[in-house]
Design a protein around this ligand. Structure first.
Ligand code: HEC
Length: 115
């Protein structure tokens, strides 16, 4: 009966591994939840920034509600179309009025029609 005293230790080891597995699943769940929340906030912020940037850089030509003034109506155009217009500056529109993240924020704002 030399082996018997080992059995309690084996049980503890197995229980320990089980607890570690459970903790690691819980641990994986939490950061994912936080990330999702951050993304939500990030998007809301982007839209606010987009509104400000629109007012500063686009409103004078495209109008308060993107209905078009001296320039075409742009409300609801896809973000891709808006970004390429910003980069290319079609016709008499100046190119690169906003760049990088700013351009994306404005594009999202325009795509959502200013909401
Ligand atoms: C100086 C005036 C002016 C400003 C400022 C301006 N635009 Fe324009 N935009 C124009 C004109 C004019 C056109 C039409 C060009 C053409 O096709 O002849 C145009 C075209 C566009 C188009 C394509 C519309 C279509 O249906 O072809 C988009 C999208 C656009 N602008 C977005 C923006 C955004 C976003 C901003 C701010 C970052 C901006 N514009 C700032 C004058 C302006």
């Amino acid at each position: 009966m030399k082996g018997q005293p080992l059995i309690p230790f084996l049980l503890i080891a197995v229980a320990g591994i089980a607890i570690m597995l459970i903790l690691s699943f819980v641990g994986l769940g939490d950061p994912a939840g936080e990330e999702a929340e951050e993304n939500g906030n990030g998007e809301e912020e982007a839209v606010d920034v987009g509104a400000e940037l629109y007012e500063e850089n686009c409103l004078s030509c495209h109008g308060e509600n993107m209905e078009g003034d001296s320039a075409p109506e742009i409300a609801g155009q896809s973000a891709d179309e808006v970004t390429s217009a910003i980069e290319e500056g079609p016709g008499s529109m100046p190119e690169d009025l906003v760049t990088g993240e700013d351009a994306e924020a404005v594009a999202d704002y325009v795509e959502e029609g200013g909401e």
